[in-house]
Design a protein around this ligand. Sequence first.
Ligand code: C2E
Ligand code: CA
Ligand code: CA
Length: 550
Amino acid sequence: MLTSSEMLTRNIDVLKSTVNRYGLYGLAISLVTILSATIIVSYQMTGEVTLDSLILAQKSNFALRILDLLPFMFAFWGQYTTSVMAYHASAIIMEETDDLREETTAWKRKSLHHTTHDTLTELPNRSMFYELLREALHVASRDNKKLVIVYINLVGFREINETYGHNSGDLILKELTKRLQNLTHENDIVARLGGDKFILVLKDGFADKLITNEVQQLQKTLEQPYVFDRTSIDVNVNSGISRYPDDGELSDELMQRAELAMISAASTNKAFAIYSPNLNQENPRRVSLIGDLRRAIENDQLELYYQPKIDLLRNEITSVEALVRWNHPEHGRVSPGEFMPLAERGRLIKPLTRWVSATALRESADWHKRGLNIGMSINISARDLGDSELPDVFAALIAKYNVKPDWITLEITESSIMDDPKHALTILNKLGELNFRLSIDDFGTGYSSLAYLSKLPVQEIKIDQSFVLEMNKNKSDELIVKATIDLGHNLGLKVIAEGVENEEVWHRLKQMNCDVLQGYFFSPPLEKNEFFKWLQESRWKPKTADKAQQ
Ligand code: C2E
Ligand code: CA
Ligand code: CA
């Protein structure tokens, strides 16, 4: 392929040779014209054509002299035109070369920008950031200045992406970048470490109290709802702070300490924390478990187990309860009893509930497609009831997975409803309007009043297992269970008993007209494939189960 300047040079060459050729033709024609005109004039003057008569004709005839100028004119025209062309051509080529040079430099600059900046937010990326930080540390040490490093982590960003789509996720990151830039001074560093992690380096070193004010302001600004297309999305951030030179002098050390402070903030349910040496000693298993749990949620390392619920009248399984499991790579199985409180403290409940709900709804849709028409219960934590977005999240999930909301029961513990009954009622009403079934979990432990209970839009109560486990041995437990079943029925609710571990309890509950039973006697919570196996072999398998399997 020829470049445009090569093409131009070639065209000019063609033109030049044409001009030259016409110059030569002109020259030849004019010579012939001069010769024939001289012959004619000489013959007219002397009656003959000799060398002398020709010279005489040339000397005496003025018109012939003028004609003699013709060849010079043609030669001059040819020369002049080709040199003007050559001049223009070289000017154009020079201009082209300049353009080309500019283009190459711009392209080089752009590709350098790509390797040092994050394409979405245009912020310096991790490697560029470390360079900037080292430079800033060098300047600070030379000028005896302080630096403040703020490590920022968005909580549950992956779930936001999954629920609202990656476009919304991108918009949040861009908007958050803008907010960060507005909050900082021009010479501070704002960078994106990748994913949902950002970093600030504030170059006006200040006293701790000022840092606290500054970070509080930052936290508040970043947590303002993100509004796109009339959807308002709440984002929580955790941040950790380390200071140069108080907490370290090296970039790696300062970064590690800022991250540790961030994890510690998350684990103690604070928005942010400033590094202090005793953070290193603070219950390392807990701090590291919270970090691990955050990663486990992000990397899909949790699993749902399913425990059958048996309908007493139909004598078959009619639904399952989804229970989350965490198989830690080092510590092995960590029970929900240990990690759910950690998730509460680490502000991880929101992403955890979103992961559980998305997984459970996806499975439920799949099971129904395969002809396994049973319900699915999902546990909702106390903290979820404070999350005003929860109904929108569920609305988005039922649309995404094409699930009928009445396949899904949301279990909410009685005590979490009683934490903030007014707000709980608002959220429960919204979830009820979406047609989800609602169930009060651990009923009997939360001191709800009858008057309040009758106001709740629930369909079911689940008697706490502490009353059921030993009701065959403990008379007062048995009385409580009996009274609860009657109370539920009087309010028009279904009553479930959980913690059924033996046949005797099963039969007692049947006599008491309990509706649904759950417990180790029927099956422990099972991994999905185990559960499918149970379905095939169990005496409580659904009547439609044969065709449902595989
Ligand atoms: P829960 O909602 O009351 O769940 C019932 C617990 O009782 C489960 O423990 C289950 O394995 C256990 N269980 C079932 N049948 C029997 C029985 O016959 N005897 C005895 N002794 N126990 C039985 P698990 O799976 O360890 O869960 C403990 C708690 O952790 C749950 O109590 C729930 O509060 C919480 N949890 C589990 N998964 C989730 C989840 O996905 N989201 C939320 N928010 N909480 C969850
Ligand atoms: Ca439950
Ligand atoms: Ca329970």
